[in-house]
Design a protein around this ligand. Structure first.
Ligand code: NAP
Length: 255
């Protein structure tokens, strides 16, 4: 993955799960990584670990639902490493899981603030920097929930459907500037999010056996693939790891 060498990648939600694995994987393949999340101690510890292995890494506390934080994050990446080539809009929440009639309106809105506005803020502040530098790649972490209907997930389904539309619009606006925007729908992944889903017991996803979830490292590998030249053909779309074709394209075992 020569194309990652010396590139600067911002990863939101990098304190655990898919974001942590992605930061580690991109760094192992030569990228400078900027880890963002609310848990400052966790991202600092991961960034130190990455740095000790010889890669460029920096951590900055950031609540993606706060646009000032997100603006500062992109400026920090640019000033620390001199460019901003890759943005992984990964931070996301699903809790609290509840049917519409039982849901708390404040908590419902918080999911939209993080999952939708957070993705918009990321693109809003990364795109001008990428445009000045001649292009970049933005990957918005999507979900099968973007085009399915799952009980208890009204907030999450609505948020991921909105992210899919944001991906499409950003692609239309910026593909001509060399900015490739795409979604990645990973299927179910073995992270804390799936632990919460299982505990809810609400819909068929909560009944899945843990052995059916893929590893965070597989998702990280697919993200790295999408950052390369082959990824450009998926611009404006959601690339899915739930298909045999998607898995094989990313160099993963087929279904
Ligand atoms: P996870 O292990 O729960 O990690 C979520 C990450 O998001 C954490 O690093 C968390 O960090 C961060 N985050 C949450 N709210 C934030 C905020 N306001 N500002 C900044 N960071 C915030 O979940 P995951 O499974 O890795 O999920 C990552 C992404 O993949 C999400 O977008 C999720 O919707 C998507 N996804 C997951 C699955 C799955 O099966 N796991 C499937 C499809 C899609 P802090 O708490 O430290 O802020």
């Amino acid at each position: 993955m020569e194309y990652l060498k010396g590139k600067t990648a911002v990863i939101t939600g990098a304190s655990r799960g898919i974001g942590e694995a992605t930061a580690r994987y991109l760094a192992e393949n030569g990228a400078n990584v900027v880890l963002a999340a609310r848990s400052q101690t966790a991202i600092e510890s991961i960034a130190n670990d990455i740095s000790e292995n010889g890669a460029g890494a920096s951590a900055i506390a950031c609540d993606v639902s706060n646009h000032t934080d997100v603006s500062n994050l992109m400026l920090h990446a640019h000033s620390t490493f001199g460019s901003l080539d890759i943005l992984i809009n990964n931070a996301g929440l699903i809790d609290p899981i509840a049917r519409i009639e039982d849901s708390d309106p404040e908590a419902w809105g918080k999911i939209i603030d993080v999952n939708v506005k957070g993705v918009y803020y990321g693109m809003r502040y990364a795109i001008p920097i990428m445009k000045d530098h001649g292009g970049g790649t933005i990957i918005n972490i999507s979900s099968g929930a973007a085009n399915s209907f799952l009980e208890g997930w009204s907030h999450y389904c609505a948020s991921k459907a909105a992210v899919f539309r944001l991906t499409g619009v950003a692609h239309k606006e910026h593909n001509e500037h060399g900015i490739h925007v795409m979604g990645l729908s990973p299927g179910t992944v073995a992270t804390d999010m799936q632990v919460s889903i299982k505990a809810s017991g609400i819909n068929p996803v909560s009944k899945l056996d843990a052995s059916s979830h893929i590893s965070t490292e597989w998702v990280a590998q697919a993200i790295a693939y999408l950052c390369g030249p082959d990824g450009e053909k998926y611009a404006g779309q959601d690339f899915s790891l739930k298909t045999d074709e998607g898995r094989k394209a990313a160099g993963l075992p087929g279904l």
